[in-house]
Design a protein around this ligand. Structure first.
Ligand code: SF4
Length: 322
């Protein structure tokens, strides 16, 4: 904790315990930080808190505006869940976070990890949010593979030692910060580490291996674009692509070597990566003024509405036709 007190970064969501913005800032940052690094989140956090000054003002917004502001941060389901959660907290809980873990976990987009984080960060309750950083710190100190550690048990067995300072909110932050700045995934800074005397990883001759490879999945998609004479493209929210469900896309199907279909012209093949997905895309088009019922026309140039970057990329490729 004294390491944290002397070394913590000055992050905008770390407001004082009594700040009226505490719940809003913690909720917003926890949603944004899921799967995303601090340095990426910072400008988005600033934009959001400038536009929506409080949880209440966020809760009165609409999905279109929130998605537009979230544009570029990815994993857009978080934005939808954040908006719904803010509405529930304001309308049902009088802008407060419920006290019980079960009640918090009923909020959209909040699982075990975020519930623990919020319990500690907002209510200062003895809970530890076990993210990747925290897992790594424990794993190194014990020199035990992450998969072989029962974190719930470790925390329970050591709860007196962990929570005795009654600075539970700071403890959660300190563990994460320590993992991010000192006990880093590659090249842990053991020389400057205040835990080195107790670290089994440092002392061991058979150190556990942390070179975990990210599991990459390959996917092949055929994408079919209706284009009209006004240089507009037809997009629909009725698609079944799991990582972009209910967002605007052209017609998309998992690939089945479709190149010679007479109704659609082949435009090009290109690659795209999203998170751990490597996408191989065959792009087809057809000029038509008639589109199926669930589709709407969008300009190939500028759109006021939010469009995910996956779709923007398609728009860019199709624009080369003109
Ligand atoms: S001594 Fe090194 S490996 Fe051990 S906790 Fe500190 S930084 Fe991590």
């Amino acid at each position: 904790m004294s390491w944290y007190d002397n070394n913590k970064r000055n992050l905008p969501w770390r407001v004082s315990k009594n700040s009226p913005k505490k719940l809003y800032y913690r909720l917003l940052s926890e949603f944004m930080l899921q799967q995303t690094q601090v340095k990426t989140v910072l400008p988005f956090f600033k934009k959001f808190t400038e536009k929506y000054k409080s949880l209440k003002s966020l809760s009165t917004s609409n999905e279109k505006d929130v998605l537009k502001l979230w544009e570029g941060l990815g994993y857009y389901r978080r934005a939808r869940n954040l908006l719904t959660t803010s509405k529930i907290l304001v309308n049902k809980f009088n802008s407060r976070l419920p006290e019980s873990r079960d009640e918090i976990k009923k909020l959209p987009g909040i699982g075990d990890y975020t519930a623990s984080a919020l319990l500690a960060l907002v209510h200062d309750r003895p809970a530890i949010a076990v993210d990747g950083n925290v897992k790594r710190v424990f794993s190194r100190i014990l020199n035990k593979e992450i998969d072989r550690i029962n974190f719930e048990k470790v925390i329970k067995d050591n709860s007196k030692k962990l929570f005795y300072l009654k600075r539970n909110s700071d403890l959660v932050e300190a563990l994460m910060e320590f993992g991010a700045l000192i006990c880093k995934p590659k090249d842990p800074n053991c020389n400057d580490c205040c835990l080195k005397r107790n670290c089994k990883y440092l002392k061991s001759n058979s150190k556990i291996n942390f070179s975990r490879k990210k599991i990459i999945k390959n996917k092949n998609y055929d994408i079919f674009c209706y284009i009209n004479k006004d240089r507009k493209i037809a997009l629909t929210q009725k698609n079944q692509i799991s990582f972009l469900k209910n967002f605007n896309l052209p017609k998309v199907k998992e690939s089945r070597s479709f190149k010679n279909n007479k109704d659609w012209k082949f435009l090009k093949n290109y690659k795209n990566s999203i998170s751990n997905l490597k996408l191989n895309i065959n792009l087809y088009y057809k000029f038509s003024d008639k589109i199926p019922p669930s589709y709407n026309w969008y300009s190939l140039k500028k759109n006021k509405e939010f469009i995910p970057s996956f779709t923007k990329n398609i728009l860019r490729q199709v624009s080369t036709l003109f």
